[in-house]
Design a protein around this ligand. Structure first.
Ligand SMILES: C[S@@+](CC[C@H](N)C(=O)[O-])C[C@H]1O[C@@H](n2cnc3c(N)ncnc32)[C@H](O)[C@@H]1O
Length: 277
């Protein structure tokens, strides 16, 4: 386990992931019934953007800092979530998915976090002190299945692996298929990096064969043409998204694409059904 999210916190992928995560949870919270929120790869919970790791890559400059410079009110909820962990107006600290999810909790909701790396798990426990979150240090795939079906009738599983292992995509496909058998109506959000069109198309074809209905794909290609051999963007699979999330989604994606487009590129950020509802 070499991946450390501290090097990447607040980058463009985090902005899209965290904006859509907020929109998804808020859409589900339009109904009063309790939600169980599960974050299988939680990371540290809170990141210092002025720290050594973040400064070494400078990735936040293309992500959260652009989101803060952007005037669109559609990014207000996201900016408020970042401001909530900062004393001043500038984003010096960055909230990971656990801190953002904990901000969204209503009294009836529960939050289950999981992080296997011992140092990051210790940081996570410290970052979540004083919140009602339960912190686990298990293997993410094992925890994902063990927690299903959730204790409350409705819930969201956020799956955000580092993709260090060559079989990560195949493992996700297998765990998602097993999760679907235990919890067919559950909402799941899976993050992935986009390296090249061919790898992504192959994975989507494998997932389509699993036959999960109501399967949304949100791909963010940063550049106008694929940049060979390098990071080209990121995306999210969202299973069972509610209508209150999908209906306004195109306008949110348009705002995010504009806010995050690299110099000289438009890029694309769009949602399509892999399997229609
Ligand atoms: C991309 S980061 C998570 C970022 C976080 N979700 C956020 O948005 O703020 C992925 C995390 O998964 C952890 N991880 C990697 N493999 C894991 C596994 N098999 N089980 C649990 N955690 C794992 C890594 O240590 C890393 O902290």
């Amino acid at each position: 386990m070499n991946y450390r999210h501290a090097f990447h916190a607040g980058n463009s992928a985090d902005v899209v992931k965290h904006c859509l995560m907020i929109a998804l949870v808020r859409a589900l919270q339009l109904k009063p019934g309790a939600l169980t929120l599960i974050d299988t790869h939680a990371g540290c919970g809170l990141y210092d953007l002025a720290g050594d790791a973040a400064q070494r890559t400078g990735e936040a400059a293309q992500g959260v800092q652009r989101a803060f410079a952007d005037p669109s009110p559609l990014l207000d909820d996201y900016r408020a979530a970042v401001r909530a962990v900062n004393a001043g107006p500038e984003p010096r600290l960055y909230p990971g998915s656990p801190r953002i999810l904990s901000q969204l909790l209503r009294p009836q909701d529960g939050l289950i976090l999981n992080e296997k790396h011992p140092e990051d798990a210790a940081a996570l426990r410290a970052a979540m002190r004083g919140t009602p979150a339960a912190v686990h240090t298990r293997d993410a795939h094992e925890l994902w299945l063990a927690m299903l079906p959730t204790r409350t009738p409705r819930g969201v599983v956020v799956v955000d692996p580092p993709y260090e292992q060559p079989d990560e995509r195949a493992r996700i496909t297998a765990t998602l298929a097993a999760a679907q058998r235990k919890w067919a109506h559950g909402v799941t959000m899976i993050w992935y990096p986009l390296k090249d069109q061919a790898t992504h198309a192959r994975w989507k074809a494998q997932l389509a064969r699993v036959g999960i209905p109501k399967f949304l794909v949100v791909d963010h290609w940063l550049y106008d043409a694929e940049q060979p051999g390098q990071y080209n963007g990121a995306g999210l699979f969202i299973i069972n998204p509610p209508h209150a999330f999908t209906q306004p989604l195109p306008t949110l994606l348009a705002a995010l694409r504009m806010a995050l487009a690299p110099e000289g590129h438009r890029g694309t950020l769009a949602a399509e059904w892999l399997a229609a509802p």
